[in-house]
Design a protein. Structure first.
Length: 127
């Protein structure tokens, strides 16, 4: 973690954790061969956050190198849930969270189903 992201105690400021979830979410989609940006530009679908829950298990400190593990436990339909685990350099689990998002058509602002490319990329993991 960078100095500017820590509080006076040298711990990662709690308000920065959602930025780590975003990194995990973006990279998990990228690992499927997709890009979040393409869902927005080509599919015209965005994913607003519906719910977030976090559990702080151990402090993340200044200059820690982190591992973010992101898991999609169920095949999404109109919502998708990302479970995040954040580990420090010693691979100690420091933080656990989940974030639920839903899919919205950017032109109509109406909820839609999972974009087909994402659904297809995930399907083989759940068969």
């Amino acid at each position: 973690m960078r100095y500017g992201e820590t509080d006076q105690m040298g711990y990662l400021y709690y308000g920065h954790y959602p930025l780590l979830y975003e990194i995990g979410r973006t990279e998990s989609i990228r690992s499927l061969g997709l890009r979040y940006r393409d869902m927005e530009l080509e599919d015209r679908v965005m994913m607003p956050v519906l719910h977030m829950e976090a559990k702080y298990l151990a402090p993340i400190k200044y200059d820690d190198n982190l591992t973010i593990r992101t898991i999609i436990k169920e095949l999404p339909t109109k919502m998708i849930r990302f479970d995040h685990e954040i580990y420090n350099e010693q691979m100690e689990l420091c933080h656990r969270a989940y974030v639920k998002l839903f899919f919205v058509d950017m032109d109509t602002n109406k909820r839609v189903s999972t974009p087909s490319a994402l659904q297809e990329a995930l399907k083989s993991y759940y068969e």
